[in-house]
Design a protein around this ligand. Structure first.
Ligand SMILES: [Zn+2]
Length: 276
């Protein structure tokens, strides 16, 4: 994203200093024309920076710009070994930057391409205000078009209800929590972050968006994922380090990546007996 053009090196150094071992760079970028942006970042491989993996995909915001040539380009990019998932794809009925029927068509097309590429999907789903419309449609499409692939995926930046999370878990999905889990009004997100099985959860930043408290309103960056870990740990009565370790292991396991060479399981804090 251009939000990091001025200080991308320093941002990645801060991520490393914050204890981040690996980053998944979402490659949606600004849409067609920059579909390889995640791969470019992943190709850095600089000492003193986290490992970087990439995704490719056209975000629902840019669905109206997608052409057959873009889909061909994505299928080619998906063969790059740094690419571990296809996304963000899905439905955004909150902003409606693209017509809904176009969003649905581009979502369906990319599910087909992701299946051919055997890549898990990273799902972006946001309903209209005071509605669950996009959740119902998105999960319906996944059940019809994706569940049988057995490849699974990630509900990124989860904002839904427990029933949505459970449907996704049943289809082999992981549930990922972003900075908005710290927002005062986001009680439904905190409920899900407290109740879902810890071994099915990821944490993320959604950089440059959704900076967690106490950075809210500023540009978000990977180092701030520590605040997401802190919030999830507090909700579950665990040490922050334990949530950080377990969610990182979940990522390595799900995407079949090597885990950090220096990773050690921290000593678990006493649990409050959260049912899993
Ligand atoms: Zn998103």
């Amino acid at each position: 994203m251009p939000q990091f053009d001025a200080d991308r090196d320093a941002m990645l150094a801060r991520a490393h200093d914050a204890g981040i071992d690996a980053i998944i760079a979402i490659g949606s970028g600004t849409g067609p024309g920059s579909l390889d942006c995640g791969i470019q970042l992943a190709n850095r491989e600089k000492a003193g920076e986290p490992r970087i993996y990439a995704t490719v995909g056209i975000h629902p915001h840019e669905a109206k710009l997608a052409t057959d040539a873009d889909f061909d380009e994505l299928s080619g990019l998906a063969r790059n070994p740094k690419v571990i998932a296809w996304g963000e794809i899905g439905l955004d009925y909150f902003y409606d930057h693209s017509p809904r029927e176009v969003q649905r068509a581009v979502f369906l097309k990319q599910l087909e391409l992701a299946r051919a590429a055997k890549l898990p999907v990273v799902i972006h789903c946001r309903p209209s205000a005071d509605s669950q419309n996009a959740w119902d449609e998105c999960l319906g499409i996944l059940a019809e078009q994706w569940g049988s692939s057995q490849i699974g995926g990630v509900l990124h930046c989860f904002t839904g209800l427990m029933e949505h999370a459970r449907k996704a878990l049943d289809m082999g999905f992981m549930i990922s929590f972003a900075g908005n889990v710290t927002f005062p009004k986001a009680q439904n997100i905190r409920d899900a972050a407290r109740e879902l099985p810890l071994d099915r959860m990821f944490i993320e930043t959604d950089s440059p968006f959704l900076a967690p408290v106490p950075h809210r309103g500023k540009r978000n960056e990977p180092a701030f994922v520590a605040e997401v870990a802190r919030q999830v740990a507090e909700l579950r009565g665990l040490a922050t380090e334990e949530v950080a370790f377990q969610t990182a292991q979940n990522v390595y396991r799900f995407f079949k990546l090597p885990s950090a060479s220096n990773a050690e399981m921290p000593i678990p804090a006493p649990s409050r007996g959260v049912a899993e």
